[in-house]
Design a protein around this ligand. Sequence first.
Ligand code: HEM
Ligand SMILES: *[C@@H]1O[C@H](CO)[C@@H](O)[C@H](O)[C@H]1NC(C)=O
Ligand SMILES: *[C@@H]1O[C@H](CO)[C@@H](O)[C@H](O)[C@H]1NC(C)=O
Length: 530
Amino acid sequence: MNPLALAAVAVALLLLYVIRQIRVYNSLKEFRGPPTSAFSRLWLLHAIYSGKMNLHFNTVNEQHGDTARIGPRFLLTRDPALIRKMNAVRSPYTRAEWYNSLRLHPTRDNIVSFRDEAIHNKLRTQMSHGYSGKENLHMESDIDEHLLQMFGLIRQKYISTDAQYRPLNLSRIITFFTLDVISTIAFGKSFGFLVIDDDPFEYLKQLHVFLPAIMMFSVFPEVQKIMRLPLMRKLAPQATDVTGLGKIMGFAKDVVAERFGDNKVIRKDMLGSFLAHGLTQEQLESETITQITAGSDSTATAIRMTLFLITTNSSIYSKLLSELTIAQREGHLTRPILRDSESRTLPYLQACIKEGLRLYPPVTGLLAKEVPPQGDILDGRFVPGGTSIGWNSWGLMRLTEVFGQDVEIFRPERWLPGGGQNKEQIEYMNEVVGLVFGYGRFGCLGKPVAMVELNKSIAELLLRFTFQVANPAHPFDSTCIGFFLHENMIFRVSERQEPLDFHNLQYNLSTVATDHAGLAYSNGALEVEV
Ligand code: HEM
Ligand SMILES: *[C@@H]1O[C@H](CO)[C@@H](O)[C@H](O)[C@H]1NC(C)=O
Ligand SMILES: *[C@@H]1O[C@H](CO)[C@@H](O)[C@H](O)[C@H]1NC(C)=O
């Protein structure tokens, strides 16, 4: 080829590239966003790697509108109506390429990663029975068992007294709790984190590597394609690994294998239900891993953040405790662990749980859905088919027009009559906070499990122990990359002392009076103190 022709080809290619870029740029030009986002995904890369994805997302919607542009073909929304529209049962929107990254198994998809509507729907129908609890009869008692184990562990190793300070790593123990619960509910066998109070296969450590990698793949699918090459596959987790996600895969493979063959185990748990509804051995292996990853950190975030927010405000803390102790004294709480149904009758507890989910929605992004081929009109603006739209749940839960002016404040009262919102507004707030679990045909299947865990753990922890945050100036470390990684949330925990009732008070007074023989009364100090 002569040089002139070569140059002509090069110029033509460049021109094509520029035209394509301009087309892409123009396709969403009616949506505002950070300057680089029209041409590149750099902003997204930065938002993910900052470890403060939630805050960057929130800022974008604050500055550029409820639906803003964050990539050449990527929008981000905090509009509850749009989120419902995309997820609704008969919506033409589908899961965007983003979801490919949730394929944790090297070769198989799972319920969270399937993008084909027909396959996803079928699987969801097959699995809904097991998740709903109707075919998973031991769910509540499995949770109770691990609650008692957690209380035992705290009593054994982490109770502080005047003489001894024994810090409790709350972020860690709650993750252990949710991992043990989900493994027991999912396949009848606990990982046993709470028994040994340790993370022998470095699951937590590896999450810090895997979650950022998954987020990276979700925004840069081309990197994931490279990782799928045979040469690179060795780097991916394997069922034969002795640590991390690979170890969980091995565990899953073993428990699933037990349900097949001549000496197969038959049990009425989630795995048993999935099996009865026709899932194959291969499907069960990848779904089991999904349950563990979808159901542990999300629930752990909700429990520990809600506990943290309650115990760091003395008036909220004591108001909740008095609701709980009165219910207990009047015999409304089953001992040693209250029933889920009893927890639901305690309005202040329920308000605290909703407010915790609102302030710290455990799943923050991006869950992108794809605009159908024919395109769509959003607020009068055309959006071409194939555009991805991610959700900003952090921003969604901070809409002042929904929740009031003080959205950054943990204020359970906003959910109750007399807390500043009228009845219709509270109904709307309930609808919007429900979106923390997703919506419609993609909504969380594990919500019943998560709610039972929340309803029981918070009440029972507060009834047994007194919590004081160890370092108010820096209470915990937090990284947000779609999920939250909370670490070093350290508390001083002591046995809760029942408040003195009238008879106890008399008794104490009389002992003090005898011990100090007249002295105490002579200066009147005791009366003032009481
Ligand atoms: C507070 C705790 C939890 C929160 C906030 C939460 C949140 C979510 C969200 C937002 C989605 C929707 C994703 C989408 O739009 O594609 C989802 C899906 C899902 N969650 Fe949860 N989740 C929680 C706990 C759990 C638990 C405990 C389990 C398992 C027992 C679980 C299993 C699932 C599954 C299987 C899906 C996929 C449903 C589907 O694709 O049809 N989640 N979750
Ligand atoms: C605790 O929360 C209540 C109710 O939201 C609020 O009125 C009070 O000022 C807060 N107290 C502190 C010390 O933050
Ligand atoms: C708390 O637990 C995490 C996770 O296991 C660990 O990395 C961290 O060192 C612990 N922090 C303290 C202060 O014990």
